[in-house]
Design a protein around this ligand. Sequence first.
Ligand SMILES: O=C(O)C(=O)C[C@]1(C(=O)O)C=C[C@@H](O)C=C1
Length: 283
Amino acid sequence: MIRGCRMKVGYLGPKGTFSEEAVFKYIEGMKECEAIEFATIQDVVKSVAEGTCDEGILPVENSIEGSVNVSLDLLINDAEGILVRGEVIISISQCLICDDFIDFKDVHCILSHPQALAQCREYILNNFPTAEVKTTESTVKALLGVNAKKGIVAIGPERAAWLYNLKILEKDVQDIKENYTRFLVIAKRDSDYTGEDKTSIVFSVPNVPGSLYRALGVFAEKNINMTKIESRPSRKKFGEYVFWVDIEGHRKEERIKEALEDLKIKADFLKVIGSYPKFKMGK
Ligand SMILES: O=C(O)C(=O)C[C@]1(C(=O)O)C=C[C@@H](O)C=C1
């Protein structure tokens, strides 16, 4: 922890974002914690790398739209010395919000974060087929730009509508009602073994037949469950990928250690992004 201070957790702000809700869920029951807002996800990672924050929280995947690529790519390519030490999953209810009540036919522009817009793609097409859709750095940034007189509305969290004294025009406008986003907690060290852990890794394999099959076989052989796999461009050569994989187990457990040793032999490159306690839904 940064000396003489409360533990600081960085998140994508301004105040009221879903990321802030995830921080609150993460620090629930912890003493001496403070949530610090940043304008971008890159700034959150930087704050941990430079030591202004002890920890940071990054959205990584949504149950409707899938991975938040900017977060994965930062952890894969740029966040040297940063590890994952926790995960948090929150339920997401997207709301249509404005500074005053407005007839749907008068809406000309819809603002929100790209992930939020993607979660409401069908809703927007069905209700506002001709409206312009503009992206913002976060849902709350969008909320701060609404203007009923100009026909500008936003999609974002209900809590933020209350915080900024705005009107909720409609609740739960995401295309599938059950909607969850998973966040990763980053820091300069990962977490200790708890008995119910996960480990995130990134690796690449040679571009030859069967190499991914053989790489993933190390987990099958040790009965290790994989909970996520995502490929991302290597950024080195078109058509080459790195694989982000989450497995159940802690990197200090013998069977995980052995599997990762084995994977190292089969992979071109392997990076362990960290081990952390598995989030318990309903927590
Ligand atoms: O804009 C926000 O409120 C955020 O916290 C970001 C974010 C994301 O990037 O996925 C978080 C949760 C929701 O899925 C929508 C947006």
